[in-house]
Ligand binder design. Structure first.
Ligand code: NAG
Ligand code: NAG
Ligand code: NAG
Length: 399
């Protein structure tokens, strides 16, 4: 039986909680990445027989695209760039300078458009560089020595593999994971267009393979040579988005499995109906559960910190995108890996399409239902995510 990703993964995490020691460490990345050839022999077997028309690009071109990624260190930037990459004003100013220097100074408006494009690209490249550097610093401080550790199957179980474009994508629920799956299906050639893939098809029988389904050399070779991608989101927003999705509309899994124990533990005088259905968990009850060391039911991937889901200190992602600039950054990535030009990142909202997307304003509303001590503890819970991905404190009174 095939289950939707979120359901399947949750059950998996619950199972793992019970059998934590089941999975053995298997790959010594450092050793194996040296021993394994760049192009594993098993790769051709895995390539989908249906290839998109554009995928006539040679491996060399794909590799070139990957190499272009590595920017010279003099392009490093200290700070993450602001939401708007290049403002109109700064474009004009910088352009005048560029145009003066350029031998194409007298050329047409096309050149200007191209130059704008190239400035934007440079900015995106620098943003990546600075995000990777920040992550490395935070990892050195909070998880020293992790980079040298062995990688277990469980640690790569959230990662999807796309062999033709040599991509590894770590799935973070509530950060447009369904749209990423659609893109991976098109890249892999199992679907012609992201437009044709309904939500269920993105999760059921999606032909996508996870990294933990390979043997140790298959895992090590991909980890060492593919573009590793992670997309993150403001942690409180992701949390509120998960709460709204799982508890505010009917859900035949989350209400009985999480709602029931949460209501029974944290609600005084719960009605018999509430205890039976598990429907109607309040945000505050949900937070009480989240912060409880003795939770009546386990954690779940939808609210698990990204620092634990995707093991960023161990796996050293090449690309760290942000939900707040999703389309721009996802399309930049697609361009960089040499994806077909007509493949752009879709903007479907899958779950509860009629409900307003969780914004920072909506998030603030939910958090205002909590005491300041609860807010602080929730911030502490996601503190490492805040640090690793450079999100500012969401409330002034937090420390
Ligand atoms: C791993 O899998 C590949 C491809 O399926 C195969 O060629 C290789 O022999 C396997 N290696 C080991 C150590 O089992
Ligand atoms: C892109 O163009 C190719 C033909 O060049 C077509 O087969 C494919 O369906 C198109 N993809 C999208 C996403 O429109
Ligand atoms: C629960 O019920 C008891 C007895 O009916 C009442 O004294 C108490 O105030 C109720 N507690 C809450 C939180 O409603």
């Amino acid at each position: 039986m095939k289950l939707p990703c979120s359901l399947y993964c949750t059950m998996l995490s619950l199972m793992l909680l019970g059998t934590g020691s089941l999975l053995l460490l298997l790959v010594h990345l450092q050793d194996l990445s040296n021993a394994v050839p760049h192009q594993p022999s098993g790769l051709h077997v895995l390539v989908s027989p249906r290839r998109p028309a554009e995928d006539l690009m040679t491996k060399t071109e794909t590799e070139e695209a990957a190499v272009k990624f590595k920017v010279p260190s003099d392009l490093l930037m200290d700070e993450d760039s602001p939401l708007v990459v290049v403002t109109r004003q700064s474009v004009t100013k910088r352009h005048r300078k560029l145009l003066l220097k350029s031998s194409f100074a007298a050329s047409s408006a096309t050149a200007t458009v191209e130059q704008q494009q190239s400035l934007k690209m440079q900015q995106l490249v620098r943003t990546q560089e600075s995000r990777r550097r920040l992550l490395k610093d935070v990892c050195a401080k909070y998880h020293p020595g992790v980079r040298e550790q062995q990688v277990s199957w469980q640690q790569v179980s959230r990662i999807y593999v796309e062999d033709q474009f040599r991509l590894l994508y770590c799935e973070v629920p509530k950060v447009s994971c369904s749209n990423w799956k659609r893109v991976l299906m098109v890249l892999g050639g199992s679907k012609a267009s992201t437009q044709d893939i309904p939500h269920d098809a993105a999760h059921y029988g999606n032909h996508l393979r996870r990294l933990d389904s390979y043997n140790s050399s298959g895992i090590a070779s991909r980890l060492s040579s593919y573009t590793k991608v992670l997309f993150v989101r403001e942690p409180f927003e992701r949390l509120v988005s998960a709460f709204r999705d799982k508890f505010e509309s009917p859900n035949s899994y989350y209400h009985p499995v999480f709602g029931r124990p949460i209501i029974s533990r944290y609600r005084a005088n719960a009605t018999r109906t509430a205890l039976r259905t598990g429907a109607g968990v309040t945000f505050r009850e949900f937070i009480q559960y989240l912060l409880d060391v003795h939770r009546p039911v386990g954690m779940d991937i939808h609210w698990e910190p990204v620092s634990q889901l995707c093991n960023p200190c161990l796996l050293q992602y090449n690309f760290i995108g942000k939900f707040e600039r999703l389309e721009e950054e996802a399309n930049f990535l697609l361009q960089r890996i040499g994806a077909p030009k007509n493949l752009t990142f879709p903007s479907f909202k899958d779950r509860n399409p009629l409900a307003e997307r969780t914004s920072s304003k909506i998030t603030q509303g939910y958090f205002s239902q909590l005491s300041s001590a609860e807010r602080q503890k929730t911030f502490d819970f996601y503190y490492v995510d805040y640090l690793m991905f450079n999100y500012p404190k969401p409330f002034k009174d937090l420390h």
